[in-house]
Ligand binder design. Structure first.
Ligand code: ZN
Length: 280
């Protein structure tokens, strides 16, 4: 199943980290002027703001015609001591309060991994951590969306590395407030991807779809992502699978790139829009 062509920007969202040289207000103004319809707000862009100021920012986003797609990010549940794990829970509770103030329907979870903690233990701590903050999430009506990360990050960023694992966690936790954020950068290589996308949607858990591209060679495993069309991810094919499964939410452009961050953000934004229309 291949995706229909993208004809307009009605489903284009951009993560604030993609244009991280801009403040949240500059992102809102420039995204909106470019015809972008959605924004995913990274917590760095909210740093130092009270709940009232975050609510004000949420209003500014809505007034500009943009939808707040998500707050990025919570997670990082595993820890070597109970104190470390409790600290992570507090931070996730804070993220839930921020999402509620902002008007974001979901929080993307980068679940965490810690060198020295065996992956199976980290995975148990992740499940326990999500379960521990679920009461706050459901009370605030904020969904927690597990983002599986590419296995190259299993050492220190996430012990959840495939969509299949994320789906298993969703099933295990059994709450309508737990779902999944699917990112082509992390998942494109997986031979089970099409089947797991269908399974995720059947679980009612396919909450978000992130796009960018995979460069070969990659200069930096974190901050050398490509713009759509610059690399080898079959983005259109994967979008086709996601849409065939019933997903009709935003296509969120999430690019961490020293190369692109060094450019004039206005030029970069113009390239995001054109590569979105052509290669997504
Ligand atoms: Zn992502």
């Amino acid at each position: 199943m291949s995706a229909s062509e993208i004809k307009d920007l009605s489903r284009l969202a951009i993560h604030t980290i993609t244009t991280k040289g801009w403040t949240l207000e500059q992102c809102v103004e420039n995204f909106s002027a470019a015809g972008v319809k959605g924004i995913t707000v990274w917590r760095q862009a909210l740093e130092g703001r009270s709940d009232a100021a975050i609510a004000e920012a949420g209003k500014r986003i809505r007034d500009s015609g943009l939808s707040t797609v998500a707050l990025c990010r919570g997670g990082f549940f595993p820890g070597k001591t109970e104190a470390d794990r409790n600290k992570a829970l507090d931070d996730n509770r804070r993220a839930i309060a921020e999402a509620a103030a902002l008007g974001a329907p979901l929080i993307v979870l980068v679940c965490g991994a810690v060198p020295g903690i065996p992956l199976e233990d980290a995975r148990k701590q992740i499940a326990d951590g999500i379960a521990a903050v679920l009461p706050e999430a459901s009370a605030a009506k904020v969904k927690l969306s597990i983002e599986p990360l590419h296995p190259m990050y299993a050492g220190d960023r996430s012990a959840v590395n495939t969509l299949g694992q994320a789906n298993d966690l969703v099933e295990q936790l059994g709450s309508p407030w737990v779902g999944v954020a699917a990112d082509v950068f992390h998942l494109w290589w997986d031979p089970a991807l099409e089947a797991e996308i269908a399974r995720c949607a059947k679980l009612g858990a396919l909450d978000a779809f992130h796009i960018c591209d995979w460069l070969s060679p990659m200069a930096d495993m974190l901050n050398d992502r490509g713009l759509m069309g610059e690399g080898c991810i079959p983005i259109k094919k994967i979008r086709g699978w996601v849409e065939a499964a019933g997903f009709n939410g935003f296509n969120e452009v999430e690019v961490f790139s020293h190369r692109h961050w060094a450019r004039d953000p206005k030029d970069f934004l113009a390239d995001i829009v054109s590569s979105y229309l052509k290669y997504s």
